[in-house]
Design a protein. Structure first.
Length: 243
């Protein structure tokens, strides 16, 4: 609400040219009109669905891999260079290759989302597993719990706060990359609709779609935080204690 009030004051005062920045009533009117169209909801589902699917695939790849790498000193040192080499590569740098392989549809956007989202989850999982209290591990082994029970009782509860942090980071990246891919390569979704509105000089509609992307991001992160809190309440408690 504060941002909308500042926008309205800036437009009314002339600090922002009305040609490029609609006032708040016009923006909200365009947003309300978009809510009543099937094109808008299809675009929302395309973007949110791709981001969610990419995040889920990234987690399915990164969490088991991170557990194996974190549990093995040999694997940790053997893969460290590869992970550190691939992690800084910006997604935009591989867009030409991805378009060449998958075209400009859903598959291309999904690949880019998975590529961006996998590394934060992988690194957090690896370091979460390796951060397990050695005294707790020694105690579990002295009771001869077995590797599976040791993992479930000691390693997993210790690593979950790290995994949750990785998921939260990757959730924001997933939505950002999905939108960026839609804008750059023209894949279906909110990003594509923003480009179409901009090219058609529909300024109010463009800002309404940008507002929608922000709301989708808030909802996306809120749902993930709630799911993480239900799955690992001690992880949420730990973050609260640290803050």
């Amino acid at each position: 609400m504060l941002a909308l009030a500042v926008l309205q004051l800036a437009v009314v005062a002339g600090a922002l040219p009305s040609r490029y920045f609609p006032d708040v009533p016009e923006l909200l009117s365009a947003f309300g009109a978009a809510l009543g169209t099937g094109v808008f909801w299809t675009a929302v589902l395309d973007t949110a669905g791709c981001a969610a699917a990419g995040l889920a695939l990234a987690a399915l790849i990164a969490v088991p891999t991170g557990v194996f790498v974190g549990r093995s000193g040999v694997l940790f040192h053997a893969t460290r260079f590869i992970i550190e080499f691939l992690r800084p590569i910006p997604v935009v740098a591989i867009i030409p290759l991805v378009v060449l392989l998958y075209g400009t549809g859903f598959e291309a956007t999904l690949f880019l989302v998975v590529f961006a989202a996998v590394f934060p989850i992988l690194l957090q999982t690896v370091y979460g597993v390796r951060d397990t209290d050695p005294v707790a591990l020694a105690t579990a082994r002295s009771y001869r719990l077995g590797r599976l029970r040791e993992f479930l009782v000691v390693v997993l509860p210790s690593a979950l706060p790290f995994v949750v942090t990785g998921l939260r980071i990757s959730a924001s990246l997933a939505l950002l990359v999905a939108l960026s891919a839609e804008i750059v390569i023209g894949a279906p979704g909110l990003g594509q609709q923003i480009v179409l509105a901009q090219s058609g000089n529909a300024t109010a509609q463009m800002y309404a779609l940008i507002l929608a992307t922000g709301l989708v991001g808030v909802l996306f992160n809120g749902l993930l935080a709630r799911a993480a809190g239900m799955a690992a309440p001690w992880a949420a408690q730990r973050r609260g204690d640290e803050s």
